[in-house]
Design a protein around this ligand. Structure first.
Ligand SMILES: [Zn+2]
Length: 318
């Protein structure tokens, strides 16, 4: 399993680049004697499905999930889907890796490499669980569907494509790395981008301009007040009562300005918010729009700025 995991980690499967890792797992499923099927992501077919999220990159169309099917001749009992995602998050700065993100390294019972934990280990674990049964001459009595999906880290459209293609089972297990605990509730996640326009001015008279970067921070500061309220014990969903800090908002990316001596006229920022199961996406978006208005009306950094919000990436209910 360790050898397999290291082999899989060697495939850089960041967003949009999953094909070689998916090829590896297709070969693995075939070697295990499973029927291998490929499920294309067809954005237009998914657009109206519940759970769809607008893609964050162009060219999602045609990229593939890989499915391995165990089909017993006379099935009895209940069927199972084992679902894992092959995409990994960005690697961060190269100089912060000792061995590189795609050069797996085993040290003190730990495997280092992007995606080794989240969640290529889960995919390798479900393969070896099935293989272990086979090795002792047993097989599941009911159908088992192994899914290696893409787009999990930003939209969920990969798993959605599998659902839309008709793969169903009595139960689905996702072997994500959660410290050997069973997770039965999951927060919703929403991504959005703010486009802030200020007005440019020379540094000798900054008060004549409106600083778009400072306005973006003004918006985020106002938004963080909502995070605090949603984490308050009286606002919590019961499943998260004992959690240290369940709801987290993140300003993940910011881009703006021209150079040091001009008040920046534009800024874009990518933001992620979490929210409890049972909260409707529309209500979350209403809250974000109300934050925008409040920031524009009340936050000193937002004076004179204009803020437009675009929702893309995760629009996922809890
Ligand atoms: Zn994951």
């Amino acid at each position: 399993a360790i050898d397999d995991l290291c082999a899989l980690v060697r495939h850089d499967s960041q967003l949009g680049n999953e094909a070689s890792a998916q090829g590896w797992i297709a070969d693995k499923f075939a070697a295990m004697g499973l029927d291998v099927e490929r499920v294309k992501i067809d954005i237009n077919a998914l657009r109206d499905q519940p759970g769809f999220s607008p893609p964050v990159i162009d060219g999602c169309d045609g990229r593939e999930n890989v499915v391995g099917l165990h089909r017993p001749q006379n099935p009895t009992g209940r069927s199972l889907i084992l679902n894992g995602h092959m995409d990994v998050v960005p690697t961060g700065p190269a100089e912060q890796w000792r061995f590189g993100p795609f050069t797996p390294h085993v040290e003190d019972d730990w495997i280092y490499g992007r995606g080794a934990g989240d969640m290529k280990a889960g995919i390798i674990a479900y393969c070896h669980a099935l293989q272990a049964l086979h090795d002792i001459g047993l097989e599941p009595a009911a159908p088992v569907t192994l899914q290696s999906v893409i787009e999990e880290e930003c939209t969920g459209n990969g798993a959605l494509a599998c659902l839309h293609a008709g793969y169903k089972a009595d139960c689905a297990i996702i072997p994500e790395p959660f410290n050997q605990t069973l997770m039965t509730a999951q927060l919703g996640v929403m991504w959005f981008q703010i486009h802030v326009s200020g007005s440019p001015a020379h540094v000798l008279d900054t008060s004549a301009g409106s600083n778009a970067i400072e306005a973006a921070f003004g918006f985020f500061e106002t938004l963080k007040e909502v995070e605090e309220i949603w984490n308050h014990p009286t606002h919590r969903h019961a499943a998260f009562g004992a959690h240290v800090h369940p709801v987290n908002f993140n300003l993940g990316k910011i881009e703006g300005g021209e150079w040091a001596s001009t008040v920046p006229p534009v800024c874009t920022a990518d933001i992620r918010v979490g929210f409890y199961p049972g909260m409707e996406l529309e209500k979350v978006r209403e809250t974000i729009e109300a934050v925008k208005q409040s920031a524009l009306d009340n936050h000193p950094s937002c004076k004179g700025a204009k803020i437009d919000i675009t929702y893309r990436g995760f629009q996922a209910e809890g």
